[in-house]
Design a protein around this ligand. Structure first.
Ligand code: XMP
Length: 333
């Protein structure tokens, strides 16, 4: 375990100069580790995998093969933005896999949150493994592991229990054996962001709010259906746009929409209009263990409510979740 702990002498990366020094050091270390071999990376578009990708592109260019799996549970335009940045702007060796049908077919009718997480986690590995098997000469797997992940596994190894399984990418199947490349494994999140900015990644990407591995899958509550998932995605995009417009996006730690599997009666153009409610959740926290509620000004809430109920098919009410953590977890599932 000891080699997995951050060296006590390691300076905290708080500015661009320190980040540049770290990048130079890691570029050398990665080149020394992988030589002229190929490296595979699951690029979700989250902060950690994006920073690893940018760092490895700098170190080994096209020897890095990034695979972006769209599980159909991404937020609006998210996959498109990953492609635009990495393929079009950074000229990355990027494989895009649209696996929406694979995931949604498996999830059809499944309402238990932990079961949903397990299905998404397992299928993610299978889709990724399928892509990996098609490639030749790959000997390394890069991962966006950061120091809190290492500390979390140490805790779990000591037998401490988690509230949710937080299933993301588990181990790959036996036939796929890679040596790991984990250049961020001693960094805390704030340091990863400084390194990301030093690598030239866009501010919005480096400072984006956390997004769970199972994506909108744990926000489309209960058994996921395509129409409710689409309504959730559109409503969430409106919330994010309005938070961007009024400056809340810079201030609030995490904000999103959840859509439960409940219909209520509404009225539209003088006719009965049954629809789902969109639930707004906006929380602030330091470490996600406890969270408080952001007090969103009423005029903004009215605007969001008006837009969501008028622009999103199938949503006829907007609700605000005022529950701190504890007692509510941040996600509804
Ligand atoms: P909870 O809901 O447990 O969430 O209060 C705490 C933080 O973790 C995120 N979260 C997840 N992240 N996989 C992830 O990668 C998951 O399965 C998962 N579940 C919750 C949540 O968005 C919040 O930031």
């Amino acid at each position: 375990m000891q080699e997995n702990l951050r060296p006590e002498t390691m300076e905290r990366i708080t500015n661009i100069d320190l980040a540049n020094a770290f990048i130079e050091e890691q570029v050398e270390a990665v080149r020394a580790q992988v030589g002229n071999k190929k490296v595979l990376l699951a690029l979700s578009g989250g902060v950690d995998s994006s920073v690893v990708a940018a760092l490895l592109i700098k170190a080994i260019g096209k020897q890095l093969i990034s695979v972006h799996v769209n599980h159909g549970l991404m937020r609006k335009d998210e996959s498109e933005n990953v492609i635009k940045l990495f393929k079009d702007e950074l000229d990355a060796n990027l494989i895009y896999v649209d696996a929406t049908d694979r995931f949604l077919n498996l999830l059809a009718g499944v309402s238990d949150p932990e079961q949903k997480r397990k299905i998404i986690g397992k299928e993610f590995i299978e889709v990724f493994a399928d892509e990996a098997r098609k490639l030749e000469g790959v000997e390394f797997l890069a991962q966006g592991t950061i120091y809190p992940d290492i500390l979390e596994s140490v805790k779990q190894a000591e037998g401490k229990k988690a509230v949710k399984s937080h299933h993301n990418v588990g181990g790959l199947p036996e036939d796929l054996k890679f040596e790991l490349v984990e250049p961020l494994k001693f960094l805390y999140k704030d340091e990863v962001r400084v390194v990301g900015e030093a690598l030239g990644l866009p501010h919005a990407m480096v400072y984006r709010q956390p997004f769970p591995g199972p994506g909108l899958g744990v926000r489309c509550l209960g058994a996921i259906t395509r129409d409710r998932l689409e309504a959730l995605r559109e409503a969430d995009a409106i919330l994010r746009e309005e938070f961007d417009n009024c400056g809340l996006a810079e201030k609030v730690w995490q904000y999103f929409i959840a859509v439960p599997d409940i219909k209520s009666v509404g009225v539209k153009e003088e006719s009965r209009y049954e629809g789902w409610p969109a639930i707004i959740r906006a929380v602030n926290t330091k470490d996600a263990m406890t969270a408080t509620i952001e007090e969103i000004p009423y005029e903004i809430l009215h605007k969001i409510t008006h837009r969501i109920t008028h622009e999103v098919n199938g949503i006829n009410r907007v609700l605000l979740d005022l529950t701190p953590k504890p007692i509510g977890t941040i996600e509804w599932e």
